[in-house]
Design a protein around this ligand. Structure first.
Ligand SMILES: Nc1nc2c(ncn2[C@@H]2O[C@H](COP(=O)(O)OP(=O)(O)OP(=O)(O)O)[C@@H](O)[C@H]2O)c(=O)[nH]1
Length: 445
């Protein structure tokens, strides 16, 4: 019996017609199962990938991609599959059978069985390599770099919506690039934190790029926004690059704090906690300049513990140290004005700078200090006073006596006067305050 002519079978002829449409379509049609394995492939894959349809069956799309690309696309595809949603415009690079590169744009819709279970995807691939033209190889390389860059990068249109972004940006938005396209950046970053309207206004006015700091996802970013213009110089969008500066800022802050601590420690006498000689040398110059500017007198006390060698010899060096600390505490407690600066000048000698103080002021503070120590009544068996006492020399520098050109010279003069007054206090029996005699004209000049 002769076999029936297919032309006589309308169903078969319709099927062949559909088959021809599918196979001669310029797009490649395919179906994959729930594991993304091809279950159907139209003839077009010969042209696009260089493989026969039957060679495609059982393979997965990622099997035709370079490894890094396969990894990237697999992540995007997994997100699509997890959501069981249609997708479009998934750009991916594939290697043809002859090793050449082809760039495909993939779109698909999910397939469900009659019982509602997920069956896979049906979709089309379009060759977009020609659109990329002679730059294809370079563009592909650049796009691969862009995708893999650890710095979050994005391209936004004039409405502030994502046109493109890399994986790092998508991860910050807790999403996938394919899902983010078309979404507004300000759905992810608060308007108040990144005012895109204001940025566009500045870029419209010709500003090349805008830089700002952004606090987002418990991190701090330096944001670089650059204008994207078309061939007519129309602003069509912007690029966005985020540099995470959280750690840099923390390190800068810690370094600043450490430096501040160090420079403070470098000015402190470790035994007494008072400022040291180095700080005194700086501070006295500062105060002389200030006194000149404010036309105010400046006083200096030079304080020395009496018979301190005997104290050390009698009670030991450690007790001597303790005694220095006690006296430093008494000095601190006595000075109520925060402008007063007490320093350990060396050994058992202290200096106290008294800004805006004349001779009577300085004498009053010196006497108060002497009385405070007397009240503390610290025993000193080998002193004729039976307790620790201080000798204090006080000197005052008037504006007229100050050298407005050479503050070092003025400081030296003030120290010399206070030292002489101290020497007199010692020679007059100790445990007393002596004011510096007013200097003669020759001493001042
Ligand atoms: N315990 C201790 N002693 C110190 C320190 N610095 C200096 N001295 C001692 O201070 C003493 C100073 O002695 P002198 O300069 O003779 O002065 P003094 O015995 O107080 O005599 P006058 O000043 O004339 O009353 C010396 O014995 C030093 O060893 C210190 O940091 N700790």
């Amino acid at each position: 019996m002769p076999s029936p002519d297919p032309a006589d079978d309308p169903d078969r002829s319709e099927l062949n017609r559909l088959r021809e449409i599918v196979d001669h379509n310029s797009d490649w049609l395919w179906e994959v199962d729930a594991e993304a394995r091809y279950t159907f492939s139209s003839e077009r894959c010969r042209h696009l990938l260089g493989y026969a349809p039957e060679e495609m069956i059982g393979k997965r799309p990622f099997d035709f991609m370079p490894p890094a690309e396969a990894e990237r696309v697999a992540v995007e595809f997994q997100a699509v599959v997890a959501a069981r949603r249609p997708f479009a415009g998934l750009i991916n690079r594939n290697l043809r059978a002859d090793g050449s590169l082809v760039v495909l744009e993939t779109s698909g819709i999910p397939l469900f069985a009659a019982d509602g279970s997920f069956r896979g995807y049906r979709g089309i691939d379009r060759d977009i390599s020609p659109d990329i033209g002679p730059l294809s190889q370079r563009s592909v390389q650049l796009e691969a770099l862009y995708a893999a860059a650890p710095v979050p990068l994005a391209l936004l249109n004039r409405e502030g919506r994502f046109v493109n972004m890399n994986q790092a940006m998508a991860s910050l938005c807790a999403s996938e690039p394919v899902c983010l396209v078309g979404q507004a950046l300000n759905d992810h970053i608060d308007d108040a934190a990144l005012d895109l309207a204001a940025v566009f206004t500045r870029l419209e006015c010709g500003t090349a790029g805008v830089r700002q700091e952004l606090h987002w996802q418990q991190r701090t970013f330096q944001v670089a926004l650059e204008a994207v213009r078309d061939v007519h110089e129309e602003l069509v969008g912007l690029t966005l690059a985020l540099t995470d500066i959280t750690d840099l800022q923390r390190m800068r802050r810690e370094l600043g704090e450490a430096n501040a601590r160090l420079s403070h420690l470098a000015q402190i006498d470790h035994l007494t906690g008072l400022y040291n000689r180095r700080r005194f040398d700086e501070q006295i110059l500062t105060e002389i300049a200030r006194a000149q500017q404010s036309q105010q007198p400046l006083s200096l006390l030079m304080v020395d513990i009496d018979h301190y060698k005997g104290y050390n010899d009698c009670y030991g060096h450690r007790a001597g140290d303790h005694c220095l600390r006690r006296i430093a505490d008494i000095v601190r407690d006595t000075l109520s004005d925060p402008m007063h600066v007490a320093c350990r000048y060396g050994g058992e000698e202290f200096t106290i700078i008294l800004p805006q103080s004349d001779a009577p002021d300085s004498a009053a503070i010196a006497e108060l200090l002497r009385h405070q120590l007397a009240a503390a009544n610290i025993p000193h068996l080998v002193s004729p006073f039976g307790r620790l006492t201080l000798s204090i020399g006080a000197a005052t520098l008037l504006v007229s006596e100050s050298d407005d050109q050479d503050h070092g010279q003025s400081a030296e003069r003030l120290l010399q006067w206070a030292d002489r007054a101290l020497y007199r206090a010692k020679s007059l029996g100790r445990n007393r305050v002596e004011l510096a005699a007013r200097p003669s004209t020759s001493e001042v000049g």
